[in-house]
Design a protein around this ligand. Structure first.
Ligand code: MN
Length: 325
């Protein structure tokens, strides 16, 4: 995805505080992704109270609705993009030569390292009913200058317990590990909870976690969760009981070690300083080889970078005390 929010949006966590066991809702905001038939997504992180959950630094949900994506090539640095569809299909192309059609149940994960560009198009010329989750994972300092690469995983481990089953997108969950490249202690799982079932989900106490309910309704730790907000769960949980409503539910569980590095995020870039971000912007505008060659299918077409804000970009602190109780 390409971030259309161009306001100064600095996020970060200079000092990771283990927040303990909490259950607070992060309310979503609505962001148009651009284009005449582009999706309107709900974004929950980064949030002014909580820029990250583990190394997860961005979470958009779009659809389900008819959609025709024509998202032209745009750059990324310092992150991994994670695309997961609940419905529909999307064609990914990038500047390391990948061309991959993603469908529900498949994982696209693109590691930008020092720089890559990609496009995301709905296959064909017609609107396609699409329900998608798009996330970014911040690369830790030791991994963020690596060469860019792209992976598609169609075979992901499936785990199950009483009343639930899960597909492990990244990291390890309930004894199964995803083949997706991970560069920090992290987890991402799609969970299906059976109607009216109470699932006891095993968690890592040193991770912080958060739960999204793209389909259906659940109650988790006494909090009702339906489509829209993200339920932030803090750390120090070895398990979580989740009870689904009559329709059952499809959930996304994300988590990881609270991030200790201060992130500076602007447009599609994740860095550590204003200067790094400004340099990446200059290089994209100057058609630097940093982001690879033009993608043949798009000729020279691409999304130009917005102007930098007048203020210096700085990391933002975590303020979980501001979340809805
Ligand atoms: Mn993107």
């Amino acid at each position: 995805m390409s971030n259309t929010e161009v306001e100064p949006h600095e996020t970060g966590s200079r000092v990771a505080r283990a927040p303990g066991r909490v259950a607070r809702l992060i309310q979503p905001r609505t962001v148009p992704l651009g284009g005449p038939r582009g999706l309107v997504v709900t974004r929950t992180i980064p949030d002014c109270s909580l820029p990250t959950v583990g190394a997860w630094c961005f979470l958009d949900q779009g659809g389900p609705e008819p959609h025709l994506s024509r998202l032209l090539p745009h750059p990324h640095i310092g992150l991994q993009t994670v695309s997961w569809l609940l419905e529909g299909a999307m064609l990914h192309r990038d500047t390391v030569g990948s061309e991959a059609l993603i469908r529900p149940g498949q994982l696209n994960i693109m590691t930008s390292g020092r720089g890559i560009a990609h496009s995301e198009f709905t296959p064909g010329d017609e609107d396609l009913r699409t329900h998608l989750l798009q996330l970014w994972i911040a690369l830790p300092d030791a991994a963020r200058w690596q060469a860019p690469h792209f992976e598609q995983h169609s075979e992901l481990p499936v785990v199950a317990g009483e009343g639930w089953r899960g597909t492990v997108l990244i990291g390890a969950f309930a004894g199964a590990r995803s083949p997706a490249a991970a560069y920090s202690p992290i987890v991402g799982v799609e969970l299906r909870i059976e109607p009216l079932a109470t699932a006891a989900l095993p968690l890592r106490a040193d991770f912080e976690h958060a739960l999204l309910a793209p389909l259906g309704e659940v109650e988790a730790d006494g909090v009702a969760l339906a489509r829209g907000p993200l339920l932030y769960l803090g750390t120090e949980r070895e398990s979580l009981e989740v009870t689904a409503g009559r329709e059952g539910a499809t959930l996304l569980l994300i988590g990881g070690e609270p991030l200790v590095e201060g992130l500076v995020m602007w447009w599609n870039f994740v860095g550590r300083s204003h200067e790094e971000i400004a340099e990446a912007r200059e290089e994209w505008e100057g058609r630097s080889r940093r982001f690879g060659p033009d993608i043949p299918a798009h000729g020279g077409e691409r999304i130009p970078a917005p102007p930098l804000p007048a203020v210096r970009l700085t990391p933002r602190k975590r303020r979980p005390e501001l979340l809805d109780a």
